[in-house]
Ligand binder design. Structure first.
Ligand code: SF4
Length: 284
């Protein structure tokens, strides 16, 4: 069996930074309560370990409202502006581990909407990152993910519009939608906010999938960028499997002569990738 691992597999810059910092905050504040708003990253193995080390994850707005004078971590994909406002009002110490690529979108949306632009975000409106982006707008903002969504837009074709992207959105789909949007709205400005980590990973997985018999995409089902990798891989290699943990390898079967490609989402820890590869080598 020939196993080829994508160079870009595993933690991206933003996730590595957040995980390292979160452990540091926990170490430096041993004995104190440390909170995070939602899961720090989209990987249950990593967040499970952080919880064991004492990080308390809050998802309920009433719990967040009750935080006063506490230490609170903001996750890689950011949070709603209204939540930051509540935390500040209640004198909490905010450790902002929002990935700088996401913060850049917050800034763009806030500044352009303040200057009269309406905003279109290409992405998944249910994703926390996109909800955080939407919350920064001071003018009309819409989220689109396909051509049907574009048909529902009510913006005037001459008004100034800024188009930005969820950092992990599918690059090819985004390009297709931008072409349509540019034809519809003459005064639109596009700022490509897809992060390089996402783009490189998607390009690499596509090439690897084309020349592999089987593709293994390792990462959490809750991770947007892992799911995108899976979709792209599946388009180019029918035998693509999404593996969230070691026991998922029991569900797959691989011919011993197969060429196997491996990639992993931006929030997948290195040790899980290694464990799964070792297991595949030993079992098949
Ligand atoms: S995928 Fe990109 S935007 Fe998201 S955390 Fe990683 S580096 Fe930041």
């Amino acid at each position: 069996m020939n196993i080829v691992v994508a160079k870009s597999a595993g933690f991206c810059f933003g996730v590595k930074r957040a995980v390292v910092e979160a452990y540091k905050v926990l170490d430096e504040n041993a004995g104190k309560k440390i909170y995070s708003i939602g899961p720090l990253i989209h990987n249950e193995i990593v967040t499970g370990d952080l919880h064991k080390r004492g990080l308390i994850e809050l998802n309920d707005i009433s719990d967040i409202n009750n935080l006063k004078n506490e230490i609170v971590i903001i996750r890689t994909h950011g949070t709603l502006k209204s939540i930051i406002d509540i935390l500040k009002k209640n004198n909490n110490i905010i450790i902002d581990l929002t990935c700088p690529f996401v913060s850049k979108i917050h800034k763009l949306v806030s500044e352009y909407s303040e200057n009269g632009y309406k905003i279109i975000v290409i992405g998944d409106k249910e994703h926390p990152e996109v909800k955080g982006i939407v919350s920064r707008a001071k003018n009309d903002i819409c989220v689109v993910i396909n051509e049907d969504d574009i048909k529902t837009l009510k913006f005037d074709k001459k008004e100034p519009i800024l188009i930005v992207f969820q950092t992990t959105t599918n690059v090819n789909n985004a390009k297709k939608l931008v072409d349509i949007l540019r034809d519809l709205f003459y005064n639109s400005k596009v700022v490509d906010t897809i992060c390089n980590a996402t783009q490189n990973r998607q390009d690499e997985v596509k090439e690897l999938a084309k020349c592999s018999d089987v593709m293994l995409i390792i990462g959490s089902i809750s991770s947007s960028n892992t799911k995108k990798l899976y979709e792209i891989s599946k388009e180019n290699c029918e035998d693509t499997y999404l593996l969230s943990n070691l026991s998922d390898t029991k569900k797959i079967s691989i011919n011993e002569n197969a060429k196997v490609g491996v990639s992993a989402g931006a929030s997948t820890p290195e040790n899980l990738i290694e464990e799964i590869i070792d297991n595949v080598r030993n079992e098949f």
